[in-house]
Design a binder for this molecule. Sequence first.
Ligand SMILES: NC(=O)c1ccc[n+]([C@@H]2O[C@H](COP(=O)([O-])OP(=O)(O)OC[C@H]3O[C@@H](n4cnc5c(N)ncnc54)[C@H](O)[C@@H]3O)[C@@H](O)[C@H]2O)c1
Length: 342
Amino acid sequence: MHSTILVTGGAGYIGSHTLVALLEDGHRVVVLDDLSNASPAALARVGEIAGKPVQLIRGDVRDGALLDQIFAMHPIDCVLHLAGVKAVGESVANPQKYFEINTQGSLALFSAMQRAGVARAVFSSTATVYGAPEFVPLTEAAALRPESPYATSKLAVEYMLAGFARAHSWRAINLRYFNPVGAHPSGRIGEDPLGEPANLFPYIAQVAGKRRQILSIFGNDYPTADGTCERDYIHVCDLAAGHVAAVNYLLNHAMPGECPAVNLGTGQAYSVLQVLAQWQATCGFDIAHQIAPRRAGDVPSYFANPAGAQSLFGWRARQDLARMCADHWAWQQQNPHGYNAD
Ligand SMILES: NC(=O)c1ccc[n+]([C@@H]2O[C@H](COP(=O)([O-])OP(=O)(O)OC[C@H]3O[C@@H](n4cnc5c(N)ncnc54)[C@H](O)[C@@H]3O)[C@@H](O)[C@H]2O)c1
Protein backbone atom coordinates (compact mmCIF):
# COMPACT_ATOMS: atom_id res chain seq x y z
CA MET A 1 0.00 0.00 0.00
CA HIS A 2 1.50 3.33 -1.03
CA SER A 3 0.54 6.18 1.13
CA THR A 4 0.93 9.88 1.78
CA ILE A 5 3.36 10.68 4.55
CA LEU A 6 3.72 14.07 6.24
CA VAL A 7 7.39 14.49 7.16
CA THR A 8 8.03 17.31 9.64
CA GLY A 9 11.64 18.46 9.58
CA GLY A 10 12.00 16.79 6.18
CA ALA A 11 14.53 19.31 4.87
CA GLY A 12 17.03 18.41 7.60
CA TYR A 13 19.83 15.86 7.66
CA ILE A 14 17.89 12.72 8.58
CA GLY A 15 14.67 13.99 7.01
CA SER A 16 16.17 14.51 3.54
CA HIS A 17 17.58 10.97 3.44
CA THR A 18 14.30 9.59 4.75
CA LEU A 19 12.40 11.37 1.97
CA VAL A 20 14.57 9.67 -0.66
CA ALA A 21 13.91 6.28 0.93
CA LEU A 22 10.14 6.92 1.19
CA LEU A 23 9.90 8.09 -2.43
CA GLU A 24 11.96 5.14 -3.65
CA ASP A 25 9.55 2.85 -1.79
CA GLY A 26 6.64 4.41 -3.70
CA HIS A 27 5.16 6.67 -1.01
CA ARG A 28 4.00 10.23 -1.61
CA VAL A 29 5.47 12.85 0.73
CA VAL A 30 4.53 16.28 2.03
CA VAL A 31 7.19 18.21 3.98
CA LEU A 32 6.60 20.71 6.78
CA ASP A 33 9.78 22.54 7.76
CA ASP A 34 10.50 26.09 8.94
CA LEU A 35 14.02 25.89 7.46
CA SER A 36 15.49 27.07 10.76
CA ASN A 37 18.26 24.50 10.33
CA ALA A 38 17.95 23.47 6.69
CA SER A 39 18.16 24.69 3.13
CA PRO A 40 15.51 24.39 0.43
CA ALA A 41 18.39 23.14 -1.75
CA ALA A 42 18.27 19.86 0.17
CA LEU A 43 14.71 19.26 -1.02
CA ALA A 44 15.58 20.19 -4.59
CA ARG A 45 18.34 17.61 -4.49
CA VAL A 46 16.04 14.97 -2.94
CA GLY A 47 13.77 15.61 -5.92
CA GLU A 48 16.69 15.11 -8.32
CA ILE A 49 17.79 11.84 -6.69
CA ALA A 50 14.29 10.39 -6.51
CA GLY A 51 13.16 11.78 -9.88
CA LYS A 52 10.09 13.43 -8.31
CA PRO A 53 9.62 16.96 -7.01
CA VAL A 54 9.06 17.36 -3.28
CA GLN A 55 6.45 19.75 -1.93
CA LEU A 56 7.61 21.98 0.93
CA ILE A 57 5.21 23.74 3.24
CA ARG A 58 7.34 26.29 5.04
CA GLY A 59 6.09 26.76 8.56
CA ASP A 60 6.38 25.99 12.22
CA VAL A 61 5.23 22.68 13.67
CA ARG A 62 3.77 24.63 16.61
CA ASP A 63 1.31 26.43 14.29
CA GLY A 64 -1.96 24.59 14.90
CA ALA A 65 -3.92 26.53 12.25
CA LEU A 66 -1.33 25.66 9.61
CA LEU A 67 -1.42 22.00 10.67
CA ASP A 68 -5.22 21.98 10.34
CA GLN A 69 -4.86 23.35 6.79
CA ILE A 70 -2.27 20.73 5.88
CA PHE A 71 -4.42 17.87 7.14
CA ALA A 72 -7.47 19.34 5.37
CA MET A 73 -5.62 19.63 2.04
CA HIS A 74 -3.67 16.35 2.00
CA PRO A 75 -4.91 12.81 2.67
CA ILE A 76 -2.17 12.03 5.21
CA ASP A 77 -1.92 8.37 6.21
CA CYS A 78 1.03 8.66 8.57
CA VAL A 79 3.15 11.40 10.13
CA LEU A 80 6.93 11.14 10.52
CA HIS A 81 7.82 13.74 13.14
CA LEU A 82 11.47 14.75 12.80
CA ALA A 83 11.20 18.53 13.28
CA GLY A 84 13.05 19.62 16.36
CA VAL A 85 16.21 20.96 17.90
CA LYS A 86 18.99 18.60 18.92
CA ALA A 87 22.03 20.21 20.57
CA VAL A 88 22.51 18.79 24.07
CA GLY A 89 24.78 21.65 25.21
CA GLU A 90 22.42 24.35 23.93
CA SER A 91 19.54 22.65 25.73
CA VAL A 92 21.38 22.96 29.05
CA ALA A 93 21.81 26.72 28.47
CA ASN A 94 18.34 27.28 27.00
CA PRO A 95 15.88 24.58 28.16
CA GLN A 96 12.86 26.73 27.29
CA LYS A 97 13.70 26.51 23.58
CA TYR A 98 13.85 22.71 23.79
CA PHE A 99 10.54 22.29 25.63
CA GLU A 100 8.82 24.81 23.35
CA ILE A 101 10.00 23.36 20.04
CA ASN A 102 10.37 19.67 20.85
CA THR A 103 7.68 19.10 23.45
CA GLN A 104 5.06 21.79 22.74
CA GLY A 105 5.64 21.36 19.00
CA SER A 106 4.83 17.67 19.31
CA LEU A 107 1.73 18.41 21.39
CA ALA A 108 0.51 20.84 18.71
CA LEU A 109 1.13 18.22 16.02
CA PHE A 110 -0.52 15.31 17.84
CA SER A 111 -3.49 17.54 18.75
CA ALA A 112 -3.95 18.51 15.08
CA MET A 113 -3.69 14.84 14.06
CA GLN A 114 -6.40 14.05 16.58
CA ARG A 115 -8.65 16.81 15.19
CA ALA A 116 -8.09 15.51 11.66
CA GLY A 117 -8.44 11.82 12.47
CA VAL A 118 -4.88 10.94 11.41
CA ALA A 119 -3.92 7.95 13.51
CA ARG A 120 -0.37 6.85 12.65
CA ALA A 121 2.88 8.49 13.75
CA VAL A 122 6.59 7.82 13.99
CA PHE A 123 8.56 10.04 16.35
CA SER A 124 12.29 10.84 16.20
CA SER A 125 13.48 10.17 19.69
CA THR A 126 17.04 9.65 20.80
CA ALA A 127 19.22 7.11 22.57
CA THR A 128 20.15 9.86 25.03
CA VAL A 129 16.88 9.05 26.86
CA TYR A 130 18.84 6.19 28.47
CA GLY A 131 21.40 8.52 30.08
CA ALA A 132 24.51 6.91 31.59
CA PRO A 133 23.92 3.19 31.05
CA GLU A 134 24.38 0.47 33.66
CA PHE A 135 24.85 -2.12 30.92
CA VAL A 136 25.64 -2.10 27.23
CA PRO A 137 24.35 -2.99 24.71
CA LEU A 138 21.22 -1.02 25.50
CA THR A 139 17.89 -2.72 24.96
CA GLU A 140 14.67 -0.74 24.92
CA ALA A 141 13.97 -2.07 28.42
CA ALA A 142 17.02 -0.29 29.89
CA ALA A 143 16.42 2.32 32.58
CA LEU A 144 15.46 5.78 31.27
CA ARG A 145 17.56 8.50 32.89
CA PRO A 146 17.63 11.51 30.58
CA GLU A 147 20.35 13.89 31.74
CA SER A 148 19.81 17.00 29.59
CA PRO A 149 16.76 19.13 28.81
CA TYR A 150 17.15 17.85 25.23
CA ALA A 151 16.76 14.22 26.30
CA THR A 152 13.96 15.11 28.72
CA SER A 153 12.11 17.07 26.03
CA LYS A 154 12.23 13.96 23.81
CA LEU A 155 11.26 11.46 26.49
CA ALA A 156 8.24 13.62 27.38
CA VAL A 157 7.12 13.29 23.75
CA GLU A 158 7.56 9.50 23.84
CA TYR A 159 5.17 9.35 26.79
CA MET A 160 2.82 11.84 25.12
CA LEU A 161 2.65 9.81 21.90
CA ALA A 162 2.04 6.61 23.84
CA GLY A 163 -0.82 8.38 25.64
CA PHE A 164 -2.43 9.57 22.40
CA ALA A 165 -2.01 6.10 20.89
CA ARG A 166 -3.69 4.41 23.84
CA ALA A 167 -6.50 6.95 24.12
CA HIS A 168 -7.30 7.20 20.40
CA SER A 169 -6.25 3.77 19.08
CA TRP A 170 -3.37 5.20 17.08
CA ARG A 171 -0.59 3.06 15.71
CA ALA A 172 2.70 4.71 16.65
CA ILE A 173 6.43 4.13 17.19
CA ASN A 174 9.12 6.04 19.09
CA LEU A 175 12.43 5.56 17.30
CA ARG A 176 15.54 5.97 19.47
CA TYR A 177 18.42 6.86 17.17
CA PHE A 178 22.02 6.18 18.10
CA ASN A 179 24.67 8.21 16.14
CA PRO A 180 23.63 8.95 12.56
CA VAL A 181 26.55 9.65 10.20
CA GLY A 182 27.45 9.43 6.52
CA ALA A 183 25.56 10.76 3.53
CA HIS A 184 23.67 9.61 0.48
CA PRO A 185 26.09 7.74 -1.84
CA SER A 186 25.43 10.29 -4.60
CA GLY A 187 27.17 12.94 -2.46
CA ARG A 188 24.24 15.29 -3.18
CA ILE A 189 22.66 15.36 0.30
CA GLY A 190 24.35 15.17 3.69
CA GLU A 191 24.79 16.82 7.07
CA ASP A 192 25.31 20.58 6.88
CA PRO A 193 25.92 21.81 10.43
CA LEU A 194 25.67 25.51 11.22
CA GLY A 195 28.82 26.75 12.97
CA GLU A 196 31.16 24.43 14.82
CA PRO A 197 30.04 20.80 14.53
CA ALA A 198 29.07 19.18 17.83
CA ASN A 199 29.56 15.63 16.52
CA LEU A 200 32.63 13.59 15.60
CA PHE A 201 31.97 12.80 11.92
CA PRO A 202 31.24 16.33 10.68
CA TYR A 203 34.15 17.62 12.74
CA ILE A 204 36.59 15.14 11.21
CA ALA A 205 35.12 15.88 7.77
CA GLN A 206 35.81 19.59 8.20
CA VAL A 207 39.37 19.00 9.43
CA ALA A 208 39.99 16.64 6.50
CA GLY A 209 38.49 19.27 4.19
CA LYS A 210 40.76 21.97 5.67
CA ARG A 211 37.85 24.01 7.03
CA ARG A 212 39.09 23.40 10.58
CA GLN A 213 42.61 22.93 11.86
CA ILE A 214 42.59 20.08 14.32
CA LEU A 215 40.34 17.47 15.89
CA SER A 216 40.29 17.35 19.70
CA ILE A 217 39.78 13.89 21.20
CA PHE A 218 38.18 14.38 24.60
CA GLY A 219 39.92 11.89 26.88
CA ASN A 220 42.03 8.79 26.19
CA ASP A 221 41.87 7.27 29.65
CA TYR A 222 38.38 5.74 29.57
CA PRO A 223 37.90 2.05 30.41
CA THR A 224 37.67 1.03 26.74
CA ALA A 225 40.06 -0.95 24.53
CA ASP A 226 42.06 2.10 23.40
CA GLY A 227 40.97 4.59 26.10
CA THR A 228 38.71 6.70 23.85
CA CYS A 229 34.89 6.76 23.94
CA GLU A 230 32.94 4.18 21.93
CA ARG A 231 29.68 4.95 20.12
CA ASP A 232 27.20 3.19 17.84
CA TYR A 233 27.53 5.01 14.50
CA ILE A 234 24.79 4.26 12.00
CA HIS A 235 24.76 5.17 8.31
CA VAL A 236 22.03 7.75 7.69
CA CYS A 237 20.70 5.70 4.75
CA ASP A 238 20.26 2.71 7.08
CA LEU A 239 18.43 5.03 9.46
CA ALA A 240 16.25 6.24 6.58
CA ALA A 241 15.45 2.64 5.65
CA GLY A 242 14.49 2.07 9.30
CA HIS A 243 11.88 4.83 9.00
CA VAL A 244 10.39 3.27 5.88
CA ALA A 245 10.23 -0.11 7.63
CA ALA A 246 8.53 1.53 10.63
CA VAL A 247 5.99 3.35 8.42
CA ASN A 248 5.18 0.17 6.47
CA TYR A 249 4.75 -1.70 9.74
CA LEU A 250 2.30 0.94 11.00
CA LEU A 251 0.39 0.88 7.70
CA ASN A 252 0.14 -2.90 7.42
CA HIS A 253 0.66 -4.75 10.67
CA ALA A 254 0.51 -2.65 13.85
CA MET A 255 -2.30 -3.04 16.35
CA PRO A 256 -4.41 -0.03 17.39
CA GLY A 257 -3.13 1.56 20.59
CA GLU A 258 0.43 0.29 20.34
CA CYS A 259 3.41 2.61 20.65
CA PRO A 260 6.66 0.70 21.20
CA ALA A 261 10.05 2.35 21.57
CA VAL A 262 12.57 0.92 19.11
CA ASN A 263 16.35 1.39 18.96
CA LEU A 264 17.88 2.24 15.60
CA GLY A 265 21.56 1.39 15.88
CA THR A 266 23.99 -1.17 14.49
CA GLY A 267 24.88 -2.95 17.73
CA GLN A 268 28.57 -2.31 16.97
CA ALA A 269 30.61 0.24 18.93
CA TYR A 270 33.62 2.06 17.45
CA SER A 271 36.05 4.20 19.43
CA VAL A 272 37.10 7.70 18.42
CA LEU A 273 40.53 6.38 17.45
CA GLN A 274 39.01 3.58 15.35
CA VAL A 275 36.81 6.11 13.55
CA LEU A 276 39.78 8.40 12.98
CA ALA A 277 41.87 5.51 11.61
CA GLN A 278 39.10 4.62 9.14
CA TRP A 279 38.78 8.26 8.06
CA GLN A 280 42.53 8.45 7.45
CA ALA A 281 42.39 5.25 5.40
CA THR A 282 39.44 6.65 3.41
CA CYS A 283 41.10 10.01 2.74
CA GLY A 284 44.59 8.62 2.21
CA PHE A 285 46.24 11.22 4.47
CA ASP A 286 46.74 11.97 8.16
CA ILE A 287 44.09 14.05 9.90
CA ALA A 288 45.45 16.48 12.52
CA HIS A 289 44.32 15.56 16.03
CA GLN A 290 45.22 16.12 19.66
CA ILE A 291 44.23 14.59 22.99
CA ALA A 292 42.20 17.02 25.12
CA PRO A 293 40.71 16.68 28.63
CA ARG A 294 37.54 14.64 29.10
CA ARG A 295 34.23 16.45 28.54
CA ALA A 296 31.62 16.52 31.29
CA GLY A 297 28.81 14.06 30.64
CA ASP A 298 30.61 11.70 28.23
CA VAL A 299 30.21 8.01 29.04
CA PRO A 300 32.81 5.43 27.96
CA SER A 301 30.66 3.14 25.84
CA TYR A 302 27.19 3.54 24.36
CA PHE A 303 25.67 1.15 21.84
CA ALA A 304 22.40 -0.49 20.96
CA ASN A 305 20.98 -3.91 21.02
CA PRO A 306 19.10 -3.51 17.72
CA ALA A 307 17.21 -6.83 17.92
CA GLY A 308 13.89 -5.11 18.64
CA ALA A 309 13.74 -3.41 15.23
CA GLN A 310 14.63 -6.68 13.52
CA SER A 311 11.88 -8.62 15.24
CA LEU A 312 9.20 -5.90 15.05
CA PHE A 313 9.62 -4.66 11.50
CA GLY A 314 12.39 -6.70 9.94
CA TRP A 315 15.01 -3.96 9.80
CA ARG A 316 18.71 -4.08 10.52
CA ALA A 317 21.62 -1.81 9.62
CA ARG A 318 23.73 -2.97 6.69
CA GLN A 319 26.46 -0.41 6.03
CA ASP A 320 29.88 -0.67 7.67
CA LEU A 321 32.20 1.98 9.06
CA ALA A 322 34.22 2.18 5.82
CA ARG A 323 31.06 3.02 3.90
CA MET A 324 29.99 5.61 6.47
CA CYS A 325 33.34 7.39 6.14
CA ALA A 326 33.52 7.11 2.34
CA ASP A 327 30.02 8.54 1.84
CA HIS A 328 30.52 11.31 4.39
CA TRP A 329 33.85 12.25 2.78
CA ALA A 330 32.35 12.28 -0.73
CA TRP A 331 29.62 14.68 0.49
CA GLN A 332 32.22 16.91 2.19
CA GLN A 333 34.43 17.02 -0.89
CA GLN A 334 31.59 17.78 -3.28
CA ASN A 335 30.01 20.35 -0.91
CA PRO A 336 32.83 21.92 1.10
CA HIS A 337 30.47 24.64 2.34
CA GLY A 338 27.34 22.52 2.57
CA TYR A 339 24.33 23.79 0.65
CA ASN A 340 25.57 27.39 0.78
CA ALA A 341 26.74 27.41 -2.80
CA ASP A 342 23.22 26.66 -4.15
N1 LIG B 1 21.31 13.83 14.22
C1 LIG B 1 21.36 13.16 15.37
O1 LIG B 1 22.44 12.84 15.88
C2 LIG B 1 20.07 12.80 16.08
C3 LIG B 1 20.12 11.80 17.07
C4 LIG B 1 18.95 11.46 17.73
C5 LIG B 1 17.76 12.10 17.42
N2 LIG B 1 17.73 13.06 16.47
C6 LIG B 1 16.46 13.74 16.18
O2 LIG B 1 16.12 13.53 14.83
C7 LIG B 1 15.44 14.65 14.30
C8 LIG B 1 16.12 15.09 13.03
O3 LIG B 1 17.49 15.35 13.31
P1 LIG B 1 18.49 15.90 12.22
O4 LIG B 1 19.85 15.46 12.61
O5 LIG B 1 17.98 15.61 10.86
O6 LIG B 1 18.39 17.46 12.54
P2 LIG B 1 18.20 18.68 11.54
O7 LIG B 1 18.37 19.92 12.35
O8 LIG B 1 19.05 18.52 10.34
O9 LIG B 1 16.67 18.52 11.12
C9 LIG B 1 15.61 19.04 11.89
C10 LIG B 1 14.71 19.81 10.94
O10 LIG B 1 13.62 20.35 11.68
C11 LIG B 1 13.40 21.70 11.23
N3 LIG B 1 12.75 22.41 12.34
C12 LIG B 1 13.30 22.77 13.53
N4 LIG B 1 12.38 23.38 14.30
C13 LIG B 1 11.23 23.41 13.58
C14 LIG B 1 9.93 23.91 13.83
N5 LIG B 1 9.63 24.51 14.99
N6 LIG B 1 9.00 23.73 12.88
C15 LIG B 1 9.28 23.14 11.71
N7 LIG B 1 10.50 22.66 11.41
C16 LIG B 1 11.45 22.78 12.34
C17 LIG B 1 14.77 22.22 10.85
O11 LIG B 1 14.73 23.30 9.93
C18 LIG B 1 15.42 20.98 10.26
O12 LIG B 1 15.19 20.89 8.87
C19 LIG B 1 15.46 15.72 15.39
O13 LIG B 1 14.21 15.72 16.03
C20 LIG B 1 16.54 15.25 16.34
O14 LIG B 1 16.29 15.61 17.68
C21 LIG B 1 18.86 13.42 15.79
